[in-house]
Structure formats: C-alpha cells, structure tokens
Write a protein that binds this ligand. Structure first.
Ligand code: ATP
Ligand code: MG
Length: 442
C-alpha cells in the first residue's frame, strides 16, 4: 500500500469542510480589520529563509526542507510566512504604496519535526503582517485581533504572554548582560544552549530543555535594560489591551525563536498540551529589522501567525463558524415579497447579511428559513405593514427562549439602523469574568 509522507495529513471531506470553513471565516475577519490577502510561493530560494530566520535558529538548523532542484538551485519549502511575504513586498516594491500595508496569508508550511498531535511536517498557517509602521498601537491591535478570533471560536482558555525585546540599543545592552551572566554557568546548560551562547544568547531563554532550569529563570530581565522610548511603547501596548479587556501576563523570559524579532513579542497559549503542558496556538511580534536584512528599506513591521490544524483540533465541535445570515426577510404573501425585496437590498448595502426564501411566501415557510439560517432578526411584512410603510421586526433571544424574543413595528427605512442599534445595546460588558464567559463571547 502506498502511504502518505510521514508527518503529512489527508483532509477527508469532513475535515476538509472544517478547514475550509475556518479559512473562509478567517478571510472575513481579516477584511474586518482592513487586511488584504497575499499569496506567495511555497517554494522559496533557500537564502530568503535562512537569512531571515537566522542560520542558528532551530527552524533553519533542524526543521527546514532544503534541497537542490534539477538546475542545482538551493530551494526551501517555506517553514513560515513572514520571510516569503516580506521578500514579496520588497521584490514587488509594495512599500511604495500607502503605508502601512496590512497583509494576511494562509497556506501550507513545512517543517521537519517529530510528528505528534498538533505537530506536523506539512501544516497550514494563517498570519498577518503589517508593514511600514512603528506605532505600538498596531502591535496591540494585532493581539486584540488574534484574541477576537479565538474568542469568537469559543476558545476561552487561552493566555496571552507578552514581552518586549526593546529597540536595538536596549537589546544590545541586554545581550551583553546575558553573556556576562551565563559566562560561568555554561556547564549547567544543554548543548544547544552552549552554542546559543555564542550565536545569540537571547535564544537560551527560549530553550525547551532548560526552560525550568534555575539558572535560566534567574537570568537578567530585559525590563532592566529598556530605553525610555521602548518602555513607553510597551506601556501603550499594555494600556490598549487593558482598555479592551484582553487579559495578558507579562513574561520577562519570553523571547521568540527567530532572529528578526524586536520590541513587542507575544504568544497565545492554552492548557491541554497533555500532562498539564501548555500548547502555543499563536505567536507573533514586531520585527523592525527584517526588511533591511532582506535588502529592503528601513520599515517597521509587526505580525502574528497561528496553525490551523492546532486550532481546528481544539475548536469545540459545536462551533458553527460557517457564514450566518443575520436578518431573514419574511413576506406574508406575494405582494409583500416585492415590498420587502427593496428593503432587503438597502439592508444588504448597509453591510448586514440578509436572506429571503423566494419559493413560497407565508409565515410558516419564512420562519423555517430563518431557523435554518440561524437568523437573529426576522423582518416580516403583510398588508398592514405595507399600508403604513412599516415592517414588523422580531429579535430572537440569545437564550433560545421564545418568550424572550422581542417584536416591534418600525418604519420600513429604519431596519438597518434598528439592527445596528440592537447589536450595540447587546454588547455585553462583564463585570466579573475578564470577558471570557459565554455571554461575552456570543
Ligand atoms: P512550537 O514552540 O510549538 O514549536 P513555534 O514557536 O515553532 O511553535 P511558530 O513558528 O511561532 O511556532 O508558528 C506559529 C504557530 O504555528 C504555532 O503556534 C502553531 O500553532 C503552528 N505550528 C508551528 N509548528 C507547527 C507544526 N509543526 N505543526 C502544526 N502547527 C505548527
Ligand atoms: Mg517550533
């Protein structure tokens, strides 16, 4: 029997449906935050990946699929999206467009890892890259965006770990302090860390083997080496997250595995990696040096990425992230249908997803269609409504209890305004739960 390559997966129809649903959902959310899609090749010149990640990074030393093609060009199957996207930005001079560029991507990544649950050799990532901005507000917006995505998928048990690596000046001073500190402690570190000491001492802090080692936990902290500017920027990020109630913990030992990170960095973690372990589901940060490293102009960037398989594995089966119709139009008879068609067009133009069952008019079929579409609002019209230039609007209660549904008669031109106002007044602000309860995440 021929089998799939080690560490790869077949997506049979049921799994493919879940993955595609997730992809479509992510496309919608990305456009809500102002991102445009970019698609870059899976095949990249080896240098692009090796130079950007750093020759001594784990990815490059252990995980990349590198090979010569038949013309002896060294190629790499992309292990992540950032470097290929930035290469495309530079090669196509996208930075001459109005900045910042807000780009998102989705697709297969390849890493030669030991396959296990949530860890494959071919896997899918969704990621965003904002190019050409130094504003820490956008760092925070990225964290909020990822957090919104997870919450809307009803993943509530995540924790954001946050740190800053500071600007170049802060980082240089910090690296010196780390070198000084580890100088006479190398014997207590793993072999990889001994190498990291000379290549990039920051990476020692990211070591999975030594992560509970006292020597590592007691290492100097970046917070003592930050410039005033870096401190201020980090405050902006934290304040933004506080304002939007995104819970986070500052983890002064957090560094990222790649060479190009600067300033704000973050990871989203959930419990459930097995044996009380936590599992990282999303990671990102600012990388102000990468564009220069790849011979482009001096442009500040920030981004994040997460793996779709890991996400798909933990999404509650009941989560229905397929497209939902918000408003169902229900004509009581055929003349009401013509009346409602015009109103529905206005509501759709206002950006509210709407639908009508055309085959047959009447309350019974209309309500059935609303139920199938899981519509939150039902707009009904018959003779009475038409003669008064009105519609009847029904707001389905969140608790599925019909007694709590609201029904009102409103002017026919007010439907979109009514729906928007209702959503605003329903926005739940929880006093007690850090915005993680079921009510907060409807
Ligand atoms: P880890 O520490 O788990 O190895 P990482 O730091 O290598 O993760 P990143 O390079 O930051 O991960 O990639 C971001 C996200 O991509 C991860 O949080 C995870 O969701 C996903 N990911 C990374 N490697 C794999 C893999 N081999 N298989 C599936 N998903 C992966
Ligand atoms: Mg990894």
């Amino acid at each position: 029997m021929y089998t799939k390559v080690k560490g790869t997966q077949d997506f049979l129809p049921e799994q493919a449906k879940k993955l595609t649903g997730l992809e479509n959902y992510l496309r919608d959310i990305a456009s809500l935050y102002g991102y445009s899609e970019i698609r870059v090749p899976i095949l990249q010149n080896m240098e692009v990946i090796h130079r950007s990640s750093g020759e001594s990074s784990d990815i490059v030393t252990k995980e990349t699929f590198d090979f010569p093609d038949r013309g002896n060009r060294m190629l790499t199957l992309r292990p992540e999206g950032t470097a290929p996207v930035i290469r495309a930005v530079i090669e196509n001079k996208l930075y001459t467009r109005p900045l910042p560029l807000k780009l998102f991507y989705m697709g297969d990544m390849f890493r030669y890892e030991r396959p296990q649950k949530g860890r494959y050799r071919e896997f899918n990532q969704f990621g965003v890259e904002v190019v050409g901005t130094n504003s820490p507000y956008i760092d925070a917006e990225c964290i909020v965006m990822a957090s919104t995505i997870f919450k809307s998928l009803r993943i509530n048990n995540f924790k954001v770990r946050l740190n800053t690596l500071g600007d170049n000046e802060s980082r240089t001073r910090y690296k010196e302090a780390l070198k000084e500190y580890f100088k006479d402690k190398l014997d207590s570190l793993c072999n990889d860390c001994k190498n990291r000491y000379s290549t990039n001492p920051l990476r020692i802090l990211d070591c999975k083997v030594d992560k509970d080692n006292e020597v590592l936990l007691n290492a100097p902290k970046i917070s003592d080496y930050l410039s005033e500017e870096s401190k201020k920027e980090f405050e902006v990020v934290k304040n933004y997250l506080d304002k939007l109630n995104v819970p986070y913990v500052v983890d002064l030992n957090l560094v990222r595995g790649l060479d190009y990170y600067t300033n704000t960095i973050f990871e989203f973690e959930i419990d459930g990696g097995g044996a009380g372990q936590s599992l990282t589901i999303c990671a990102g940060g600012r990388y102000n040096d990468l564009v220069k490293m790849l011979d482009g102009p001096d442009l500040g960037c920030v981004g994040f990425a997460f793996g779709l398989e890991r996400l798909s594995d933990i999404i509650d089966e009941r989560v229905d992230y397929t497209h939902k119709v918000i408003c169902q139009f229900v004509p009581m008879d055929d003349s009401a249908r013509d009346y409602l068609i015009e109103i529905m067009q206005d509501v759709r133009i206002s950006g509210i997803s709407s639908d009508m069952y055309y085959e047959k008019s009447g309350l019974k079929v209309g309500f059935k269609a609303a139920e199938n579409n899981k519509a939150k609002f039902i707009v009904i019209a018959g003779e009475n409504e038409i003669s008064n230039n009105q519609v009847t609007i029904k707001v389905k209660s969140d608790d599925n209890n019909r007694d709590n549904d609201i029904q009102e008669t409103i002017n026919k031109d007010m439907v979109a305004e009514y729906i928007i106002a209702t959503f605003k007044s329903h926005r739940h602000k929880c006093e007690t739960c850090d915005n993680s309860c079921d009510n907060c995440n409807r």
